[in-house]
Design a protein around this ligand. Structure first.
Ligand SMILES: [Cu+2]
Length: 307
């Protein structure tokens, strides 16, 4: 909910909770069962409760600052999707037809439990009165921000074990100075964890909780799931969102960095812990579900800070 642009919010929401819940509900994880497989997920009645909640979270996020947050990529807005209507006919709609609830003829009940917006306002550089300080940045500003993001820590090729995998990160001294208490505060800037080149030989049938670790404390930054994953065995899934590179996972780590108090002299680690995605999951039991030939691995992971 701390994302300030549609692209970053969409990326976060798509993975956790959207894809993670799909895989946690599906029998034997993803790509299996009904909920765990894109082409047939909607055959499970729980799909509609899940997707309604995803839609509600989008509405919660959008209404914090609708003018600045509505998607504005013309290619995306003009993309058309076709659906089968109740009478069997084909109904085609553009993305731009479905941006706001007012276009769709329904609303969520007042008091529907949107996540607290205090953190959102803080991350956005807004005052609690809602006066916009930094949310009106233009596309050009955002593009230059992305170009000048810098790595603060990274890890290379890593294999995820059938158990808990701990990965010490190499720190980039210059970047880490950004986390110094005497440096300009992080407020308004976000720290992202980007995992590139994630792949497997055989679907592991589990998810992985991803933690950022300092010493003996850890904070969760996201969940790796394989719902919308472009693996050789799951090629059809790539069309679900149209623009996602499923082998790259990106998580907002800003809150985790704050809560852990990671400073310029720390050497953070990443921990990947198998999970069924259910609340009673134990890492050992979830790890036992992973097929020995799964060989889940990634090319690199990096913590980056945007200016
Ligand atoms: Cu879905």
């Amino acid at each position: 909910m701390t994302s300030t642009t549609y692209a970053s919010f969409n990326n976060s929401l798509e993975q956790t909770p959207h894809g993670s819940v799909h895989c946690a509900v599906g029998v034997a994880g993803c790509p299996n069962g009904l909920m765990g497989s894109v082409p047939v997920a909607a055959l499970d009645p729980v799909f509609y409760a899940h997707h309604t909640n995803i839609d509600r979270l989008y509405e919660c996020w959008l209404k914090v600052n609708e003018p600045a947050r509505l998607p504005n990529d013309s290619g995306h807005l003009n993309t058309q999707f076709s659906f089968i209507d109740a009478d069997g006919s084909t109904a085609t709609r553009r993305v731009s037809d479905m941006l706001r609830l007012s276009q769709l003829g329904y609303a969520y009940a007042v008091g529907g439990g949107c996540p607290a917006t205090a953190l959102v306002a803080q991350a956005e550089g807004m005052t609690m009165q809602g006066v916009t300080m930094s949310d009106a940045s233009s596309d050009a500003t955002r593009a230059s921000a992305a170009a000048s993001e810098r790595a603060i820590a990274s890890a290379g090729q890593t294999k995820l074990e059938r158990g808990v995998t701990t990965v010490p990160m190499s720190v980039a001294a210059a970047g880490m100075q950004s986390l110094s208490a005497t440096a300009e505060p992080l407020a308004g800037r976000r720290v992202r964890l980007v995992i590139d080149g994630l792949k497997y030989d055989v679907a592991p049938e589990t998810l992985y909780n991803v933690y950022l670790v300092k010493g003996s404390t850890r904070e969760q930054v996201g969940v790796i799931n394989f719902f919308n994953f472009s693996a050789p065995t799951a090629g059809a899934h790539a069309s679900h969102t149209g623009h996602a590179n499923a082998s790259q996972f990106e998580f907002d780590a800003t809150d985790a960095v704050h809560r852990l108090g990671i400073g310029p002299t720390e050497q953070p680690s990443l921990v990947f812990e198998p999970t069924t995605g259910l609340s009673d999951s134990a890492p050992e039991a979830a790890a036992a579900l992973i097929k020995p030939e799964a060989n889940v691995r990634f090319d690199s992971a990096r913590l980056v800070i945007a200016p």
